[in-house]
Design a protein around this ligand. Sequence first.
Ligand SMILES: [Zn+2]
Length: 276
Amino acid sequence: MYRDNAVVLRQHKLGEADRIVTLLTRRHGLVRAVAKGVRRTRSKFGARLEPFAHIDVQLHPGRSLDIVTQVQTLDAFAADIVDDYPRYTTACAILETAERLAGEERAPVPRLHALTVGALRALCDRTRPPDLLLDAYLLRAMTYAGWAPAIGRCARCDRPGPHTAFHVAAGGAVCVHCRPPGAATPAPGVLALMDALNHGRWDGTETAEPAVRSQASGLIAAHLQWHLERRLRTLPLVERSLDHPAAEPAGAVGQHAEAVRQDEDRDSTTRPASIA
Ligand SMILES: [Zn+2]
C-alpha cells in the first residue's frame, strides 16, 4: 500500500462498474490504476477521480494495475474549468502534454507534477489569459523533458542574442551565422515574450501585440510537435482568440505551425508552398 499526491489525467471504463484512471503522481510518475465500483451510483470516489482533479490517493499494488483504495480531493479544479470552453481546452492540452512528457510509467517527474498542478490552479484563478498560461506551461514542461527551445542564445553555437531567426529543427533561436535555410523570422518581441513566459516574468506579457502572442504560440507549438512522435490529440482544440487565420485547416496548432511554415517559405523561395 502506498500513498501519493496526483493529478487525474484521464479515465476510461473497465467492465460494468470499474474505471481505469491515469494519474500523474508526485513520487511515482505516471500510474495507471483501477478504481473499482466507481460507476455504481453510490460510489464514494467516482466523482473524486474525474480528470483535472488534484487528489491525495492511496493505492494497493496489483498484479498488472494498482488498485485505488482511498481518495481525498485536494483541489476540485474541474468545477472551474469545464464550463469555460477556452479554459477547458487549455486544461485538456495541459493534461495531454503532461502525459506525453512524463515518459515511462513510474518514472518520478516531481517538477512536471508541480508544474501541472500550478498551471491548473492558475487557470482556475483566472488571473492570466489561458493562451499565455499554456505557452508558459509548454515551455517549462519541454525544459524539464530536455527539449527546451533555445531562446536567448543561438541553438547551434551558443552565441548570446538577441537573435532574429528561429528554426525548430535546429533547436530554436539561431544567430545570423548559423541560421539554416528556411529559418522563420519572428516579429520583434516574439522571442522576448517566449523568454519572459519561460522564466515567469509576467509583466508586460498581456500587453504584447496579438500578432506577437500568436507567433510565440506558433513557434512553441511547432517546437513541441517537432519533439513529439505524434501530434497531441487535444492541442488542435485550443482556441486562441487572438488569431483566426482564414481558410486554414481546423486546429490552432495546425494554424500556427502552418504560419511558421509560411514564414519559412518566404525566407526560402525554393521551398514548396505547402509542406504540410
Ligand atoms: Zn550561431
